[in-house]
Design a protein around this ligand. Sequence first.
Ligand SMILES: CC(C)(COP(=O)(O)OP(=O)(O)OC[C@H]1O[C@@H](n2cnc3c(N)ncnc32)[C@H](O)[C@@H]1OP(=O)(O)O)[C@@H](O)C(=O)NCCC(=O)NCCS
Length: 185
Amino acid sequence: MTLEPITDAPKAIGIREATDADLPSIVEIVNLAIESSPYVWTEIPTTIDARHVWFDDHRRSDHPILVAVSPSHGDRVVGWSSLSTFRGRDGYRFTAEVSVYVHPAAQRQGVATHLIQAIDEAARRRGLHALVAVIDAEHSASLSLFRRFSFAERGRLAEIGWKFGARRDEVFMVKLLGAGEARTT
Ligand SMILES: CC(C)(COP(=O)(O)OP(=O)(O)OC[C@H]1O[C@@H](n2cnc3c(N)ncnc32)[C@H](O)[C@@H]1OP(=O)(O)O)[C@@H](O)C(=O)NCCC(=O)NCCS
């Protein structure tokens, strides 16, 4: 899918729950990042089959996948965000990992901002207590995005990643949600 640069005002972007029909757009957005970005630590493209499994896992664990749609492009998906299981054990059940990806043609127009706002609300509705964003230490756009949403750096692991022939460092950014709203059971 080739997208012309998006000229919508940020408020024209809509956010909704993803459906299976969105998987081709999600796969395309992920693969554009995989092939071009040193900050996404895989060199193996994802597939629609793999993302069906991902989708089913999220449904089973009640973790949301949201998409951003652009009305001026026939409501095409221009970005997505998800909450995912953070490590597998039950002791982490009040924590989730946040991901956000925006199509290159739609970046710097507030799409991720809308997505993170919506995913934060979804996390609160689920009574989650902590959100974790796991980010390449040189990914200034993503670090800046999460800082704007009150995530703070809580850990840094040197040289644990590899992309495009170089070792990479990782930063853990954490946001604690309102204690009053968080579940304890
Ligand atoms: C990181 C990413 C999600 C940002 O999405 P976006 O829709 O362009 O972000 P927004 O337009 O909502 O920008 C919100 C804030 O993020 C920061 N930001 C976003 N892009 C930036 C850039 N290229 N350089 C510096 N800061 C940037 C800024 O603080 C920005 O606020 P500002 O525009 O008022 O300065 C997007 O670049 C992307 O999808 N990258 C590829 C996939 C990826 O790396 N995902 C993150 C994995 S952790």
